[in-house]
Design a protein around this ligand. Structure first.
Ligand code: FES
Length: 100
């Protein structure tokens, strides 16, 4: 008499935003995970230190620069989440790599 409805909820993956575990829908961006986590800022501008959060969500504004899996300056809105991904705020300018 009662038919079972298919589960329409999207699959989720566990990521870590500032070391806090969070379940986010599969296929969401790292920037979306940052917004779900409710952080006050994901980066600070190198010049004035002003706090920033993802804004355009399409790779234009660069306000979503974050450290993802240990790599700084990643555009979080352009990176899909993956299980176990670690997303951390970025403070100031990234240190340039040298060839040595
Ligand atoms: S939110 Fe604008 S570039 Fe990522």
């Amino acid at each position: 008499m009662f038919a079972q409805r298919p589960d329409s909820r999207p699959a989720t993956v566990e990521v870590f935003v500032s070391d806090t575990a969070l379940l986010v829908p599969e296929g969401a961006s790292a920037a979306a995970a940052v917004m779900l986590a409710g952080l006050p800022a994901i980066r600070e501008t190198p010049v004035s230190g002003a706090p920033r959060l993802p804004y355009c969500m399409m790779g234009i504004c660069f306000d979503c620069l974050a450290e993802i899996d240990g790599v700084a300056n990643r555009q979080a809105c352009m990176v899909p989440v993956a299980p176990g991904m670690r997303i951390a705020p970025q403070h100031g300018a990234r240190v340039a790599r040298t060839g040595a």
